[in-house]
Design a protein around this ligand. Structure first.
Ligand code: S3P
Length: 747
């Protein structure tokens, strides 16, 4: 809803409330406290309720004759059990003024819509069907709570006939009591509510009834503090109200119930057969879904206003870094561990998995495709592989959030499956180019539809036979390379990808680790179909891309000395170390070793005065994700740093050249963007960043880069919109502040 439209001074002279239950009473109480309602008249079948409402000041008057209550009303709220709405309308239809607006609050909309048509006429345009998604197992006047709707969704289901004036008034009346109005069709509302509200109530009633009738019922209720209590709270709800809901929404409830009954029957078999893997499948999927939901709820409860969910970082100037610590697991390797673990035969154990939103998006996608995945729990994930041909059609579109790697790598895999798939993402991912994967996949025989300009969502048609391809990559991209190699596992003949410059080779290494033959010959990588992946153990090293922020931080902050443990130093990823060393950084690689096919070391970094350089172009693909932090290093250097050959930076999670140059200029740095890079004049050993407010443009790496700039700033730096740091670096603020960066979060 457009809040600018809200009449802040809404005043409805005469309100009539029919049915003095929890929802109706709470709404009029809130309207009254918000100063929106003049006089409120009430009607209820129950005289006691009317007297009580009058006594507590909820209504100004009542009548035993319902028509008295509505005759002068400007706004009528019908808050009676669903099946009684028709009766109420019959009784009041001849007493309505020509301008009165009506609404209801019931949990089913289809049958109320029919009642309105039948009794008030097909064209009656002043009845707005509504349903607040709020309530409790309590009922009656005494339970009225003016805060019941605060931050709760209020669904309105206007129909074609509904007039704008009526919709506006009902919207305002809800929003002014703290509700968040959403519009939906009647049919969709009834479908959604059948699953999310009606079915759970039916199950709660049924379970309590079953257990109460059993022989051991005394014991059950004696020991009912745990699961029983949590699961059955809603069985105390009003039986009449729920009887009506099940009659009113019979068809949709039966559909949801049938689906559930089939799944429950299956779960029965699984328990009877002690099928532990399937149990883990159901339970881990359910837990992930429920945890996700809990987080959404927590976030909603945490913030005062639904519009203020932004996370800003405030970084105070100065500080030095010290300590020995480990940054989270490598994002690229984490993605691949789930993908290849899922396609393998057997159970793959992953440790050090990055519990960031991007890799979790990949994990969830494979769960959606039927793979049983346990965890993550402190970086441990167990993937019960289904083999190359064992994925199942997901029930919905795969939602990949902010993660380009998930979408691009999955494209190759999905193009080879028997089922159709749609892949979507957040606002940033929806703007990123996907033709780079779709075009070569189409050459292999894939059928892929995209939005305009090859952007997501992607719709990939299943059951298409793929042919191998010999493809020269037009850009240095590990994502495109990996996508084609994954498609190549299923394609007829040989798939060869030729890179214009070396890019990260985690896919090739990990395929080999899973026992799948991959031929690497200089820039050429070849796979053939017919092999299989065998489950293995994967120890994910710390992400050099996350370590980069601390490498730069410890370099630019005077008197710093840190050691970053267990960092992946794959030669295709160490561009940042090479570039910083060329600029004069003091980075030592200690204790070099190999874990699971990937080289790893501890990195000791001490402060150093940097000098500006021309960044060698051959290092660009090897440092592609680290340029935002390298730009911060360049700003502190003595002399000018010039970056060329990095046009790919313009199509990352944001246009990183623009985002960094804009922010640097705000902080007083002489920085200029070019088509394929940037020119940054460093302020040298005596200089500083100015304080200021910079925009991360929702890009995690931009956010973290400007945060570390504070170490060499002369005033605080506020970095806006940092929520996406969670995509790659959960716990960044805690780790950063633990080692000496003075950053805090403002929500
Ligand atoms: C990635 C490859 C790189 C990198 C991205 C992760 C990967 O993208 O920027 O963060 O895991 O394969 P491109 O291959 O598009 O350069």
């Amino acid at each position: 809803m457009n809040s600018s439209r809200i009449k802040k001074n809404l005043h409805i002279p005469n309100v009539a409330i029919i049915g003095l239950g929890l929802i109706g009473c709470s709404w009029v109480k809130a309207l009254k406290l918000a100063g929106c309602a003049g006089s409120i008249s009430g009607f209820d079948r129950n005289l006691d309720s009317m007297q009580q409402a009058l006594q507590v000041g909820l209504i100004e008057d009542y009548s035993l004759d319902i028509t008295d209550v509505v005759r002068d009303a400007d706004f009528i709220i019908i808050s009676v059990p669903i099946l009684a709405v028709g009766d109420v309308l019959e009784q009041i239809k001849d007493s309505l003024t020509d301008t009165v607006i009506l609404t209801d609050v019931g949990s089913v909309k289809g049958n109320v819509s029919k009642d309105v048509s039948k009794i008030l006429g097909e064209k009656f345009d002043r009845f707005v069907l509504g349903h607040p998604i709020a309530g409790s197992e309590l009922s009656g006047v005494s339970a009225a709570d003016e805060n019941l709707f605060k931050h709760h969704k209020i669904i309105l289901t206007p129909e074609q006939r509904t007039c704008e004036r009526a919709l506006d008034l009902v919207t305002d009346a809800w929003e002014l009591t703290g509700g968040v109005v959403e519009l939906m069709s009647v049919q969709h509302h009834d479908e959604v509510l059948a699953a999310t509200s009606h079915l759970p109530h039916l199950l709660a009633y049924s379970l309590v009834d079953t257990l109460a009738n059993s022989h051991e019922n005394k014991d059950i209720f004696n020991y009912a503090a745990g699961g029983f209590r949590d699961f059955t709270r809603i069985a105390s709800s009003s039986p009449i109200m729920w009887r009506d809901i099940f009659v009113g929404n019979k068809d949709e409830v039966l559909k949801a119930l049938d689906l559930f009954t089939a799944d429950l029957q299956q779960l029965r078999e699984v328990v009877a057969n002690e099928d532990k893997t399937q149990m883990m499948g159901t339970f881990t999927r359910a837990k992930a879904a429920r945890d996700h939901f809990t987080k959404i709820l927590a976030r909603r409860a945490y913030v005062e206003s639904m519009t203020s969910q932004t996370v800003n970082y405030i970084a105070k100037p100065g500080g030095k870094l010290s300590g020995e610590f480990r940054v989270p697991g490598d994002k690229s390797i984490s993605h691949r561990s789930i993908m290849l673990g899922s396609l393998a035969e057997g159970t793959t154990e992953v440790t050090g998995f990055l519990e960031g939103e991007d890799s979790l998006a990949t994990l969830q996608s494979f769960r959606d495709m039927g793979v049983v995945i346990e965890g993550p729990h402190r970086g441990r994930v167990t993937v019960h592989g289904v083999g190359l041909h064992g994925l199942k059609m997901p029930p919905n579109a795969l939602y990949l959030g902010n993660s380009g790697t998930s979408m691009r790598l999955l494209s190759g895999l999905m193009a080879a499956q028997k089922f159709d798939v749609e892949m979507t993402g957040d606002e940033s991912l929806s703007k990123r180019p996907m033709s780079r994967v779709a075009d070569p996949l189409r050459k292999m025989g894939a059928v892929i539809e995209s939005a305009d300009n090859g952007r997501p969502p992607l719709r990939i048609k299943g059951g298409q036979p793929l042919k191998g391809i010999h493809y020269e990559l037009p850009m240095a991209s590990a994502q495109v390379k990996s996508c084609l190699l994954l498609a190549g596992l299923y394609a007829e003949g040989e798939t060869t990808v030729i890179e214009p410059a070396p890019t990260r080779d985690h896919t090739e290494r990990m395929l080999k680790g899973f026992g799948y033959p991959v031929e690497v010959d200089g820039p050429k990588v070849t796979v053939r179909p017919g092999g299989k992946l065998t489950a293995t153990k994967i120890d994910v090293p710390s992400d050099i891309s996350s370590a980069a922020f601390f490498m730069v931080a410890a370099t630019i902050a005077k008197d710093s000395d840190i050691t970053l443990q267990h960092v992946g130093i794959n030669p295709t990823r160490i561009g940042v170390i090479n570039i910083l060393r060329l600029m004069g950084a003091n980075i030592e690689m200690l204790n070099e070793r190999e874990v699971g096919g990937e080289p790893v070391a501890d990195l000791r970094i001490r402060s150093a005065q940097l000098k500006g350089i021309q960044i060698p172009e051959d290092q660009v693909p090897l440092a592609i994700d680290e340029f935002p932090s390298i730009f911060i290093a360049a700003s502190c250097a003595e002399g000018t740093t010039v970056l060329t050959g990095a046009e790919e930076l313009r199509v990352k999670e944001s246009d990183r050249i623009q985002a960094m140059v804009d922010g640097l200029q705000i902080l007083g740095v002489d920085a200029q963007g070019t088509e394929d890079g940037a020119i940054i004049k460093g302020f040298g050993s005596e200089g500083f960043f100015n304080g200021g407010e910079v925009d991360s443009v929702d890009d995690h790496r931009i956010a973290m880069s400007f945060t570390i700039a504070s170490l060499r700033a002369n005033a605080s730096i506020v970095v806006k919109d940092c929520a996406n740091v969670a995509t790659s670096f959960p716990g960044f603020v805690e780790l950063a502040s633990g080692c000496g960066i003075q950053v805090s979060v403002e929500k």
